[in-house]
Write a protein that binds this ligand. Sequence first.
Ligand code: MTE
Ligand code: MO
Length: 314
Amino acid sequence: MLIKQADELHPSEITPENVYLNRRTFIRIASAAGIGLASSAVFPHLLDSQDRWPQGKKGPYDVSEEVNKFKDITTYNNFYEFGVDKGDPAENSGSFHPKPWTVHIEGEIKKPATYNLDDILKLSKIEDRIYRHRCVEGWSMVIPWRGFPLADLIKRVEPTSKAKYVTFETIYRPEEMPGQKRSVLEWPYVEGLRMDEARHPLTLLAVGLYGKDLLNQNGAPLRLVVPWKYGFKSIKSIVRIKFVEKEPQTTWNLLAPNEYGFYSNVNPDVDHPRWSQKTERRIGDFLKRKTLMFNGYGDLVSGMYTGMDLKKNF
Ligand SMILES: Nc1nc2c(c(=O)[nH]1)N[C@H]1C(S)=C(S)[C@@H](COP(=O)(O)O)O[C@H]1N2
Ligand SMILES: [Mo]
């Protein structure tokens, strides 16, 4: 779904018809009020305002599953730069400064430079996309991201024929990121994609969620989203994007190469050495559900891996 830049959106354009209502919240409110589901659409004002956002028609990449609550997405996640517990990123990221922000884009490209994020955004078509998110630890969510395809940025910086992979680096700022004062991981956090994965239309550089700018705990002001891979590939608070010839090192692979491979495609048939990946708990659900190959995006992405042994290349 194509939308305008956030600052062009006028409140009057957010009409009741396109106010999106979280179905789970619906059911809760509707049953508490003793009314049927049909009539709950009449009471959007009863919803937590955080769970309302302007949503237009579904786009081709949107999943139709119910989105998770704003509160869950912003208070339960991993961002080890702020601590290793799920609540730490929300709790400890208050003094992080995501503005102003520059990104070094370099390596095998014709237009290497240090870019202002504002300038990047001026040239980008910002969209809302509802994606599944599967953490390697066995929990999942559905998140309404706001961002732009990484492919668009790649085109503008003109990669050379030597560019086979893209690497990403998170900011290193231990004064603002208390987790970086401890060596639980090697800092800065680094990740990478093969060029075709980076150019895939599903791959987003996200700047927001639920129609708002990203909060610090979700990787403000710029983070990657790769929905067919385990969550850790979706690196946060990016300050460097480098185009390279060889498969790059990645943070989790450096830490435990037998547990986390370069590809990290969601795959229920490849167990983590310490647990099964066959099922997941969708945050907010009681029962577990089956994990889908490529997180359910197989139709769109499996072609990139034909002929590859996905058990070896996990
Ligand atoms: N820099 C950085 N990026 C990171 C992480 C991290 O610790 N540091 N954690 C990853 C993991 S394991 C997951 S599941 C997602 C979780 O955050 P999200 O819910 O905002 O996507 O961020 C990923 N990106
Ligand atoms: Mo994760």
